[in-house]
Write a protein that binds this ligand. Sequence first.
Ligand code: GTP
Ligand code: MG
Length: 1162
Amino acid sequence: MGRILGTVDCVAQSADLVLAATSGDGYLRVWSKEEGALVLEMKTPNNMPANTVAVQDNLAAVGTLAGGLFLIDLGTSSVLHALVGHTDHVNSVILDGNQIISGSEDQTIRVWDRISGREILTIDAQVEVKALAAHKKLLVVASQDNIVRVFDRATRHRRPRRVLRQATGKVTAVAIDAQRMASGSYDRKVRVYAVPSFRLVRVLKADGIVTCVALEGDRIVSASFPTITVWDARNGDTLHVLQGHSSIVWTVSLLGPDVVSGSGNSAGSADISVRVWDAETGALTRVLNGTEAVRPIEEVLGAATGAAASAAAEKVLKAALANGDPAELGRCKLMIVGQCAAGKTSTVRSLLGMAPVEEHISTVGVELKRTDAESWEEIKDLDSGFERQVYRVAALRMAVQEQAASKTPQSTPMRICRKASNLVFGRRRSSAARPFVAEVQVELVPEAEVAQRFEYAEIEDMAGKTQSDQKIYFTIWDFAGQDVFYALHHIFLTREGGVFMVVFDMQELLSKQERAVEYLSFWLNSVKLRAPTAPIILVGTHYDEASVDLNEVEEILIGQLSVDENENIVPNSRASLNFFPIDNMSSEPDRASELRVAVEASASSLESGSRKISLRWLKVLDDLLMLDCDHVPFKAAQELATKYHVGEQTDELLSFFHELGMLVHLRATDVLYDNVVLNPQWLLNKLSRVIADDIHVDQIRYDHELQNAGLEKDFEWLRKCGIATLSLLRFLWNDEEVDFLVDFMRGAMLLSDWAFPEESLTSGRQSEPLYLVSSLLKNSTSAELDAEIADMDIGLTCVLDFSKFFLPDGVFARLLSLCVQYSGNFGAISRAPQLAGNQAIVHFNFSDFALKQTKNKIWIRIERKSRKPASTLKTLVGMFRGARNAIFRDLPWELLLQSPKDASALCAYDEVARARTSGADSVLSTSKRITSVADFDPFFHDGSLEEDEKGSETVEQATAADFDPFRQDDSLKEDETDTETVEQASVADFDPHFQDGLLQEDENDTGTVEQVSLQVLPAGLEYHVYLSHRQRNARETCNLIADKLESRGLKVWYDRESRGDLAKEVMRRGIRASKCYLLFLSKSVFMGAVLMELEIALQEKKPVLLVHENDPDRAGFVTFTSYIESAPKDAKHLLRESESIPFQRRLTEHFYEQLIARINAS
Ligand SMILES: Nc1nc2c(ncn2[C@@H]2O[C@H](COP(=O)(O)OP(=O)(O)OP(=O)(O)O)[C@@H](O)[C@H]2O)c(=O)[nH]1
Ligand SMILES: [Mg+2]
């Protein structure tokens, strides 16, 4: 414990305690009032200067710079809630019954629920809140514009109910009770107003500028350098002048006869102290500075014991259950990836303190293990964590609730004193939980069962343990390194809630550098694609090998992979490396101790870990796991959720648990959506019986039962050609859930129907369904196919180019799956596709084409004699887009066209299309050669390759069929009518529109909006709207908005694929050609390209429409005030004056109607 440093910014007091918040050293200190012993000294939880403090019984609320706000249990010095929402300094805090009220320089007043920690109200004060006082529904705000504003907290009025303008200097302090309100200001006056009329009744002249005021009963106390004055509020008489502080008094508090004050300055003046005075006599009773004798705080606070405590525990437990109190799960998915035999499983064993295994027992598919951060021992049970969290939230409720009835509640002084600090500007990411709504009570556990199931003593034991210091539970996903399994990875590498461990063998990196770097680069790219912000821990195994030089390894990682620039890589600070070396062969059980620390720290940094979810969600999971099924229909989950009154959140809760690796719920197709896999290991085991590497299949190959069933040939066929008979699948899956598994694989594009006869395989069982598992072809080659492709007479060629990032494994295989499915449905059954690992010849009804994968490109070549080459290309591009959107959502790619006249010229499709629109004759190829636009005409014979249902004609007659990719172009439609297959064709599973996340984002929106009437564009304009957004966190949302507007017939100028590097002139052209400018507001929107676009829109005098991210759980969410703050000066008025539309992901009809109406009216 030590002397206070810097300024005492705020003091508070209760009957027993004196508290001080200090900005100089960032501490909260607490003394016993009775004998002046120091009973608590703690750093602010965020290590920021403490700005403000309030106390009520055993609870303190502390506000800090940069938006920190914490509810602290003084008895245990633990943080009960970190109240996240303010984005700037919190200057005032009030504990008001079951609510906490805070005021900040972010121009908001926020009201929080003390029990749940949720924000229940935000008032836009429209001015920096320097001081705040509250009485019942009145909130009084002091600000630097010399004005006192009175808000009404009950009616949520945005505008102040009263504006008091009498002060002639900055108002620094306010205090209020049932009778009076007092303000203090730089004009050296204390003004006294009557409550509730807010009539000015008295002006008191202070000695200097007033820094703080407090009032209670008939006394007012004001602080102003160098004195503190006690006034008689009834007549304005000075009762006492309290002299003793020799530096500025910043803060003062009044409770009964006690005045507490605090002084100091950052220059380190002699008087940095907290003083206690007697308001009746004016005598100084105590001077406190942090060097006092120490006494345990429990002796001062006292606590309920025995039966009273147990009864209290029962009460809070029942209340927590009935209300579904929010819990922080403390769960994390740890995903271990890397090259085959790199030492992944060995590293997991090291983490779990298990003995090393020298033999390489290669992992098949994915192996799941569970553990927790404290023990690092394997936990065998599948556990929802429900009971643990019930104890935790009940203990929290107990700590937060009013003191036991035996203690008389103390009156809370409704005054809070603050001063202005010109301190560093800080910002905090808002991940505010949605507003807490008092919900219907639900019986989560039947009354009769509560006492049987829970030990009340557990709650008492937990008291003081905060949610945030609970241990983290991990689900470890140890992925197999063999590349056939990569096809699964894209499904199971999740985006949020996870930490990645990329494991490599250091010896291998040093001896076979090129190959090892290639693998590492592949893994780093894969993680970046799937989870762009997830922490990545690089682990180098084989540290025991004599020749490993860590510095050399580090140099390769930096030189070849720029790991030092990858901000997601977790540094090994102790060793000053970017990776963690490990000897997995050591018999030391703690050989992974540093790695464990890194994993724990990375996991606790994840936002999902601190996200609060209702106990109801957890009960749904708990009940689901009790069913003891490997998978259940979505409906079952929904029914349970409905039972606990969270039916409408079923989707959201499943997605949350999926991201944490606790269950699997995919959504790309109906079948996937309709099933929730509760035992992921079961699913992974089943999948990897089919998708397996050669080194894993011997067990199956020599299985007697395979031979007894006469399926050896079937198995060979699967391994050789990727074609599986239904009988074989039945065998591999032990005849369990075969339909579901086939549907699941089909939905995940891991399997497609093989409609082509395989007589030699199925003789005698011709009607047996066959399937293609295209990822098994990965390493297959065929000289015959090579020759045939080389002989093809090619008409048109286009290229799916991924060289801007990389081409992940599985893209080509999935495209093959889709082509095979389509060819089977619409093609000639007699002409089976010819397939190999990276090339294929496929026949559609009107065309034959070759597919070929080279390093980062997929080439699509249509044979010259094909009847509708452009239509086929369009279909294929549509298919790819569907696969990309469903499985590789953020994968950057570009469509290139090969000039039919010059095979060496590849031009970006967009460039060619733009050149055609603008009438340009030539276009630059990717190698910067001038190429004739006319050469590319054959690609446009059937309309644009990118066009889908944008045209307004299609919209008018929109039917479900229009969302079928294979009917996207009219010419194809006409052709299809020639065939009989069309009517029976069921291709919905492969419908890109279905898979592009629409289902996920907005399953209620059918996209048919005949009722919206569009205005014809005025002459000279080409677009209804120019859509401007920040790529980083709004791209997906804006893709959706653009899609939806376009499907409603609007012409939208939208930079869909860009990296935000458009030339200014291109922007200007786009904005000029647009009727209005639509800005999508998301976090940090006013940067880079958006700033330029906004500036141009203002220069061009385009009407500006605003839509903002509305979901606090999205990364792009910030409060509206921060948009106003961060907007450029000349655009601030737009944000203040025009009403921004909150973006809706569900029930979107009204949103789009509203938006289109505004576009029409602009
Ligand atoms: N000497 C030494 N051997 C190691 C170390 N880590 C792993 N090994 C050995 O390397 C081989 C492969 O280790 P695994 O942990 O099974 O590798 P994996 O990455 O899980 O392999 P797959 O599951 O097939 O992808 C085993 O024989 C291990 O004993 C290490 O730090 N030092
Ligand atoms: Mg393994």
